[in-house]
Design a protein around this ligand. Structure first.
Ligand SMILES: [Zn+2]
Length: 461
């Protein structure tokens, strides 16, 4: 890549023309914070994620026999009712003394293709409110689904251990709530164990729809679904990576204005979800050494879905974590042995150390997002003159601890950022690179060196 240089004149002019905004801060832009420094709080959180506790969570979830969405709710030892009461009690116990708020989010689903009688669908939602006024309305959600199934999706009585699908994801969420609630973050974190994924994503859809109706600022959502096994169906073990599925632009009949502008500028790989995936890979691999976040440019596995989909439908950035290669003998199967081969989602096929690694990637990413400023808003590329350099403008971030901004770029065929330039506390800067040839992003950086997700510039008209 050619070395880029910021036009000092443009920076000075921009600072002058945005005097009312810039005057709230120091008159001269501070030096670039150390962006390579690891955040001590994130390292502590990653170290505290415990494979032993994750094993105990999965063991307990499996002990409920079945967690089918239409299974019984009266018993204290069997069925989905007992499971959700235990999840709630456990998160309350572990989060006691912190600000963690645990509650049920309940609604009654009417009869539909996969619901044979009106059924109460209950999500367990644990919220850790943010502590910075300018950031606490910015929310990051992590989820796993605690319901389970066998071969017949309507069978609510057969044993359905769901150890991998998805006690693994539920345990990850519970472990994160337990560990992370001991710490403070600027933004708000929501840890969700949702129901009725197998019956049509009903729990997640209910919550995501309410979130949009309440106009909640969900800046990122991650679902953890089938993160429990490092062993593929051919026996090959790969415990060094996790797949991260990320949608480009939504497949809707009509294009929204935002999507139309993305397509018009070649930015189909710069959707909110792709920006979040890029950031997740960077932060996850930074804090969990020797473990790869394999970003896949697809919303989910081929023509399949998960609890991030209802969030995508509502226009939020949402991603899915899944193990590297699934073993279909151990999901959605009646428990049985055929020709010496064991079928069923049994706990003996779960690798707790592997679940812990994926949980650490999640926790590091969530922590870095919730400590950092929000992605800059109103980012635009100036198009009033045809030039071979590129001038970007953006609105000032509201957080009081923002130290300045960084422009990042990459080749149009690359997935990850390749170049970066600190531009200081300004709202406009010029890079000597052609907007014809690279993709740009603008990030906000706080005084501690926490970096926001990048924002894609729309054309300024
Ligand atoms: Zn699942």
């Amino acid at each position: 890549m050619p070395h880029a240089r910021i036009s000092l004149l443009a920076v000075l002019l921009a600072a002058a023309s945005h005097a009312p905004i810039a005057s709230a801060a120091a008159p001269t832009s501070p030096a670039q914070p150390d962006l390579q420094r690891q955040q001590a709080q994130i390292n502590k959180i990653v170290a505290e994620i415990s494979p032993k506790r994750i094993e105990a969570y999965i063991t307990k979830l499996v002990s409920f026999g079945t967690r089918h969405t239409m299974s019984e709710t009266e018993s204290d030892t069997r069925g989905i009712g007992a499971a959700r009461r235990w999840i709630k009690a456990e998160m309350e116990r572990c989060g006691a003394g912190s600000g963690l708020q645990v509650s049920f989010d309940s609604h009654v689903a009417p009869v539909s293709a996969r619901i044979s009688r009106p059924t109460e669908i209950v999500n367990v939602v644990a919220t850790l409110p943010g502590t910075q006024d300018a950031s606490k309305d910015r929310i990051y959600v992590t989820s796993g689904h605690y319901d389970s199934r066998v071969t017949d999706v309507m069978n609510a009585t057969a044993d359905a251990p769901g150890a991998n699908d998805d006690a693994s994801g539920t345990a990850a969420v519970m472990e994160m709530a337990c560990v992370m609630s001991k710490y403070k973050f600027d933004a708000t974190l929501v840890f969700m164990a949702v129901a009725a994924e197998e019956q049509g994503l009903l729990g997640a859809r209910h919550w995501a729809t309410q979130a949009r109706q309440k106009n909640l600022n969900i800046a990122g959502m991650f679902t953890n679904d089938i993160i429990g096994s490092s062993r593929a169906d051919n026996g090959k073990v790969d415990n060094k990576q996790v797949r991260l599925f990320s949608q480009s632009i939504p497949a809707t009949k009509e294009m929204s204005d935002v999507v139309r502008q993305l397509v018009a500028t070649g930015g189909d790989s710069d959707s909110l979800s792709r920006q979040l995936a890029r950031h997740t890979k960077e932060q996850g691999e930074r804090y969990v050494k020797g473990f790869k976040v394999s970003v896949i440019h697809r919303a989910d596995r081929y023509l399949r879905g998960g609890d991030h989909m209802p969030f995508l439908e509502q226009g939020y950035a949402a991603l899915r974590f899944t193990e590297p290669a699934e073993d279909f003998a151990h999901q959605h199967q009646d428990l049985r042995t055929e020709n010496g081969k064991v079928y069923g989602d049994l706990i003996e096929f779960v690798d707790f150390d592997y679940v812990a690694k994926v949980t650490r990637v999640n926790a590091a990413t969530l922590a870095s997002l919730a400590l950092a400023p929000g992605a800059p808003q109103g980012v635009k590329l100036r198009t009033d003159k045809l030039t071979n350099d590129s001038t970007l403008v953006w609105q000032a971030n509201p957080e009081p601890d923002v130290a300045g901004y960084r422009i990042v770029w990459r080749d149009t065929t690359s997935s990850n950022w390749e170049g970066a330039k600190w531009v200081g506390k300004v709202n406009e800067a010029t890079v000597e690179l052609s907007k014809d040839n690279v993709f740009f992003g603008v990030q906000a950086v706080d005084k501690d060196g926490n970096v926001s997700v990048a924002s894609y510039p729309m054309p300024q008209r």
